[in-house]
Design a protein around this ligand. Sequence first.
Ligand SMILES: [Fe+2]
Ligand SMILES: [Fe+2]
Length: 377
Amino acid sequence: MKSGLDRRKFLELGAAACGMLAVAGAFPQKAGAQAPAQPVALDACLAMSPLAMAESSAIVDRDWKYLGEVAASIKDPAVRQKVRAILDNPAPTLADRLADPKTRTSVHQELEAKGFLKGQTVAGMLPPVADPSKAAQPFKSAPGSGYTSHHAFPGGLVVHTAGNMRNTLGIHDGYVKNYGLTLDRDTTVVSQMLHDLHKPWVFVWAEDGASRKEQSLAGTGEHHVLSVAESIVRGLPPQMVVAQACAHNHPGDAKDEADVVGWITAAAILAGVDPVKAGLLGPDGKTLPVPRRMEGFVCHLGDHDWVLTVPAGKWTTAALGQLAKERYGIADADSKAFNQFRNYVFAHGTMMGLYAAYSASGKDALADAVAAIVKPV
Ligand SMILES: [Fe+2]
Ligand SMILES: [Fe+2]
């Protein structure tokens, strides 16, 4: 059954519904960028790899180019080169020294003694590593979160990081303008660009079309501590690493700061450095370097799209499960078929783009938007 709303109307509607977000820089200026030129057959998307899904998506392509442009605007040439290298190959190089069983055991002991582990064994302390010099998957095909959360689709990490970057630069520029501050733009950009750099490693795609389940490390998702550790190992300047570590919390009071200190401490143990000597913590190892810089707060504020994207993703996935039953002959929302279907649909329409149509105009508008991406059967 087809509703009265055609694709063009949906696109106009999407553009209107997204207007507010576009102003904030979190979303495509034109919703038309979200849908492929032609809807694909269901069979085609059921057989597609995550990378092929991401590479066929106009929005992922646009956001990947945007991230490249922002990376190219980093002033410090050595830092610029390191950031580009991570985008091109987010390899878990931190795992290299941990291949030595003695080192790995002592790192495990140290993490355990500080209460940073949640039952991980020595062997299972890190996500699987085939080769520490090679990324588990390209940055471009990785999801932006675990499978039940925000941006859980191929290319989701690119869309999440780009959205965060636009928001972060908006906040950065706002502070500079409002108060005439001299914030370090390189630190702002690098901290946000790298904040989830190890999601390609942590959230590898599985055979069933979902992604690997994340472990907890130092009280947060392991991707966060591993990303900070990778930045340390790759030699990013300490003030940038500290700002990156603030993505999941800010150092505004003692309790919140203790979280960030814990993540830096765990990351330093993994990286094999003394966090105080490395300039990552204050002299007693219990605070960030003082006085605390402002860029970490900017990074933290810029990593807040989850407030909307998590529920939008959840509600849209549930509605998509219903649609899959009604119009695509996929009865089981826990099946590989549904995962492949939703991965392709979200890679092209994004959870946010589809939720904009759904929330503003209802289920028929969502059905039309999805039909513009995958042909109903
Ligand atoms: Fe994160
Ligand atoms: Fe994030």
